[in-house]
Design a protein around this ligand. Structure first.
Ligand SMILES: [Zn+2]
Ligand SMILES: [Zn+2]
Length: 263
């Protein structure tokens, strides 16, 4: 498969490199297609996402790069929608549907900011029970496509970002797996592919991509589909760890597919 990558961030949101630097790197790598997925605006947290005004400028810049590099690479302009985003993706080529916050009443707890935040939220809302926090996460995650209508399911088990070696909770426990499988099964019904996201490997948090192996096995058993993505926040991690992610998929009988926009 010719390398392609559709989960890529730039300086328009929380990425480190400008869009054109990333395009040049993609051309060097011989990529056939490159999709940008800037973080759509979330009113509950403006620290990492694009403002409404910058969303327009982002789209304009990617469009001009698409034209400028048309003879070398196909460029798509997408959005990474959060469950709580308020930007419609109608004017974009595609969208990734992700969940970055747990909502408790009026409070939005970021899932991927620090283990401390997760422990504190478990104390405050779940009697200190980290598995109850994970159950809440998957209850919410089950609706990610219903809420975003996205083409691709982003980092399905992001709640495990800081859980290498089961540091926060036991990922093999029946309670955890029941909660994760129930969200997974609900999302399989939508027909959308899950991304096999290598971003946490590149950033040193995890040794394996999202979703974890038992979840990939479940996707395979149920006839689900997967697409590779790097969740790059810099040019140097484009398509990073795709070979090992492919091998992992193949070990459970899954073959990563080329990305296609959902119709
Ligand atoms: Zn994300
Ligand atoms: Zn992302």
């Amino acid at each position: 498969m010719i390398p392609e990558d559709f989960h890529v961030h730039t300086t328009w949101c929380d990425g480190k490199d400008e869009a054109e630097t990333i395009v040049k790197r993609a051309v060097e790598l011989g990529m056939a297609r490159l999709g940008f997925s800037g973080h759509a605006h979330t009113p509950c947290d403006e620290s990492y996402c694009m403002s409404t005004e910058n969303t327009l400028l982002y789209r304009r810049e990617i469009e001009s790069l698409r034209v400028k590099y048309a003879d070398r690479i196909a460029i798509l302009c997408g959005l990474e929608l959060d469950m709580f985003s308020d930007t419609p993706a109608d004017d974009f080529d595609y969208a990734i549907g992700s969940m970055h916050y747990l909502k408790f009443g009026d409070e939005y707890v970021p899932v991927d900011e620090s283990p401390r935040i997760l422990r504190d939220a478990a104390q405050k809302y779940c009697g200190g029970d980290m598995l109850a926090l994970a159950e809440k996460y998957y209850e919410q995650e089950a609706d990610v496509i219903a809420r975003t209508h996205a083409d691709l399911i982003g980092h399905f088990d992001l709640i495990t970002k800081y859980n290498e070696k089961n540091a926060l909770f036991d990922e093999e426990s029946p309670r955890y797996l029941d909660a994760a499988f129930s969200a997974l099964d609900a999302l399989l019904e939508t027909g959308r592919p899950f991304e096999v996201n290598t971003g946490a490997i590149s950033r040193g948090y995890r040794s394996r991509p999202y979703p974890a192996l038992p979840l990939l096995r479940r996707i395979a058993q149920k006839g689900g589909r997967v697409v590779l993505s790097s969740d790059s926040h810099s040019a140097k991690t484009l398509c990073a760890h795709f070979a090992e992610a492919t091998a992992l998929c193949e070990s459970v009988g899954l073959k990563p597919e080329p990305f296609r926009v959902w119709e």
